[in-house]
Design a binder for this molecule. Structure first.
Ligand code: FES
Ligand SMILES: [Fe+2]
Length: 350
């Protein structure tokens, strides 16, 4: 089950070009979507399904601002209405394809999968994209064969970086000893915590003396369906207090991550990481990006194996431990939104 009235990330803006064959297909929350750019660059998102006989519009062709189905030749304008049916002059009112609201922000492309009237751009979460001049942000993406609830749970509990990411972005038991400060927000949760006197993350340890210790601050905004924005700062141990940006700041970074469910069995993951221009060093942001790519492959191995087991035994009695607090809160927010939409649906049908 997926929240419908939400912006889902469809990828990085540079994936959507003006080239002749640039029809980009996605599956988002069980819907097939095809995206293309109009001549003025504005993006169009249609259901990838011709209203005539359900042919794939992504096998069609761009004609100016329109998209032609290459089965029987019906052509649709960027608002989804048919503007040509070969062999007939009358175009029925119902001859239109579903068009989804689409917006570009922070170098991400966002598609609204629910009622277009409710598509409020203010619901798109804050992020730090690669075109931010003050930051050296590097991007990537991957496909993971797991249910997106597993991704939400994984991102809500960073204690796992002690174990899964021993050699990349974690690797210290300190991550399991923190007390996160959780703050529920209307469509998600903010999480903040310090990891004190901790060794550098595995991928960066070679840059420092073997006994070097750091205070690391995590400031995370996690929203439904699944966007996870992290402000990650590394300070010399013992120099940083609870206040803002005090202490000896060594590395100031942002990581913006969006997990988009294709269906119940897999997700597309679009993510970035990079340092401020003020604290970056040659190759620094590339190293961060490479570390997070490997880290997410490490997550994928676990989450795919977990998904297989969950499908084998859906009624398996799991046990809970205190580290489940973050995942419990985020999944509660998700379930509350799902229930809310289901209730609205029932009252609309009565
Ligand atoms: S299926 Fe598209 S025009 Fe017939
Ligand atoms: Fe992870």
């Amino acid at each position: 089950m997926f929240v419908k009235n939400a912006w889902y990330c469809a990828g990085w803006d540079y994936e959507f070009t003006q080239s002749k064959d640039s029809l980009v297909t996605r599956k988002i929350a069980n819907e097939r979507v095809v995206l293309y750019r109009r001549l003025d660059g504005v993006l169009v998102a249609f259901e990838d399904r011709c209203p005539h006989r359900q042919a794939a519009l992504s096998l069609g062709r761009k004609e100016g601002d329109s998209l032609r189905c290459m089965y029987h030749g019906m052509r649709f304008g960027p608002d989804g209405t048919c503007n040509e049916i070969p062999g007939q002059s009358r175009i029925p009112d119902r001859a239109c394809v579903r068009a989804f609201p689409v917006i570009e922000k922070d170098n991400w492309v966002w598609v609204w999968m629910g009622d277009p009237v409710k598509a409020d751009p203010a619901l798109i979460p804050f992020a730090v994209g690669p075109s931010e001049p003050e930051w050296n942000i590097k991007t990537s993406k991957m496909h993971v064969k797991t249910n997106y609830r597993n991704e939400i749970a994984n991102l809500s509990d960073l204690s796992h970086i002690t174990w899964i990411h021993e050699n990349t972005v974690g690797g210290s038991r300190k991550y399991t000893e923190v007390s996160p400060e959780f703050e529920l927000i209307p469509r998600g949760m903010k999480t903040r915590y310090w990891v004190r006197s901790c060794a550098a993350p595995g991928a960066a340890r070679h840059l420092f003396a073997p006994d070097a210790l750091f205070d690391i601050h995590f400031d995370i905004c996690h929203t439904i369906p699944c966007t996870w924005i992290l402000h990650y700062r590394l300070f010399t141990a013992g120099t940083a207090t609870e206040g803002e940006s005090n202490g000896q700041l060594i590395l100031d970074t942002w990581s913006s991550q969006a997990v988009t469910p294709r269906d119940e069995d897999s997700v597309d993951y679009y993510f970035s990481w990079g340092a401020s221009r003020a604290t970056d060093f040659p190759g620094g942001s590339d190293m961060l990006k490479e570390a997070v790519v490997i880290a997410f492959q490490e997550d994928a191995v676990q989450l795919e194996a977990q998904h297989i087991r969950q499908k084998e035994k859906p009624d398996f009695q799991q046990i809970d431990i205190p580290l489940d607090a973050g995942p419990g809160k985020m999944l509660w927010v998700l379930d509350r939104l799902l229930r809310q939409e289901a209730t609205e649906q029932i009252s609309l049908s009565q």
